[in-house]
Design a protein around this ligand. Structure first.
Ligand code: NDP
Length: 285
């Protein structure tokens, strides 16, 4: 049977580095199919000098939105019409949403993380240790603060970056935050509710790399979250599970940031199970 072509497909796109097999594309397209949406998610390689033209192209071709990855998360801002609240605080955009004639910059990484946390506990009133101070840590700190977490300890190897994140949380989000330089194995202070590895330690292929942490200081009542999606069962996830902590892997954050983006673009609440299953096909876990 010849298949009828539909020329009215809605498009969203990711602008980033070349990605041979883009897991996010796979996850989002599985969800489009599951929800009967005749949409496409394309992976498009855009060089930094072509970013302005790429965003103009999005407008011209009526894209409904897109994601953007390193190195475009900050540079894209000047080409957009406005920013969502948390993206403005972070100064970074990973999700573009077309609203009427406007392109709006959002950041879904931290929102995805908060959603994962909500599945096990309410972030409100919690004391959080964040290991790392890069883009993921920044997104997590801002969104957890907006979700009501009250105290943050930022632990980072590079002093300037760590202090900058602690200052941002105090000044822009209005929470308590202090910086601790990461020197040797970090001991998690008792009274901590949530510990987050927001570094790239443990990412494939360095799967045996150890997060410099005194594992004995992880207590059974704590939630331990790792941002690393590949592999999902990192060394930290395994160690924290053994210590009796409530553990969140990086797939949850990746699925949930996709859920938030999907909802922004389509107005449909996607089934997170379908999306997680798609990622598990790619990453295992
Ligand atoms: P950045 O490069 O912005 O930051 C990396 C952070 O890791 C910095 O704080 C860096 O410290 C720290 N770090 C790296 N190596 C070491 C080490 N050997 N010892 C101590 N600290 C180290 O990266 P991102 O924040 O954008 O991403 C971090 C990780 O988060 C990536 O692996 C990425 O895959 C993951 N991620 C997962 C998402 C998900 O949905 N699951 C979403 C977004 C990111 P320093 O400042 O000293 O260099």
């Amino acid at each position: 049977m010849p298949k009828e072509w539909n020329f009215k497909q809605e498009l969203v796109a990711v602008f980033g580095k070349p990605i041979a097999e883009n897991p996010t594309q796979y996850m989002i397209e599985k969800a489009f199919a599951h929800h009967g949406l005749d949409w496409r998610y394309l992976s498009l390689e855009v060089e930094p000098e072509d970013l302005a033209d790429a965003v103009t192209g999005m407008r011209a071709m009526n894209f409904r939105g897109g994601n953007c990855t390193i190195p475009h998360k900050v540079a894209v801002i000047e080409h957009l019409d406005r920013l969502g609240e948390s993206a403005a605080m972070m100064g970074a955009v990973n999700c573009i949403v077309c609203e009427g004639d406007e392109l709006v910059g959002e950041n879904t990484d931290g929102k995805g993380f908060v959603q994962s946390v909500r599945e096990v506990t309410d972030p409100a009133g919690k004391r959080v240790v964040i290991l790392g101070a890069g883009g993921a840590a920044r997104a997590i700190g801002v969104e957890m603060g907006l979700a009501g977490a009250v105290g943050f300890t930022i632990v980072n190897r590079t002093v300037e970056r760590g202090q900058e994140l602690a200052d941002l949380l105090v000044e822009k989000v209005g929470v308590e935050a202090s910086f601790v330089p990461w020197d040797g194995d970090f001991s998690v202070p008792s009274g901590t509710d949530i510990v987050v590895n927001a570094t790239s330690i443990g990412l494939f292929p360095d799967v045996d790399a150890r997060v410099p942490l005194n594992i004995e200081t992880l207590e059974p009542g704590m939630v331990v979250a790792d941002v690393i999606p590949n592999p999902p069962r990192t060394r930290l996830v395994r160690d924290a599970t053994e210590r009796g902590c409530t553990v969140l892997d990086g797939l949850g954050m990746l699925v949930n940031q996709g859920v938030v983006g999907f909802r922004y673009w389509t107005g449909v609440d996607p089934d997170p199970e379908v999306m997680r299953a798609a990622l598990q096909e790619v990453f295992g876990g």
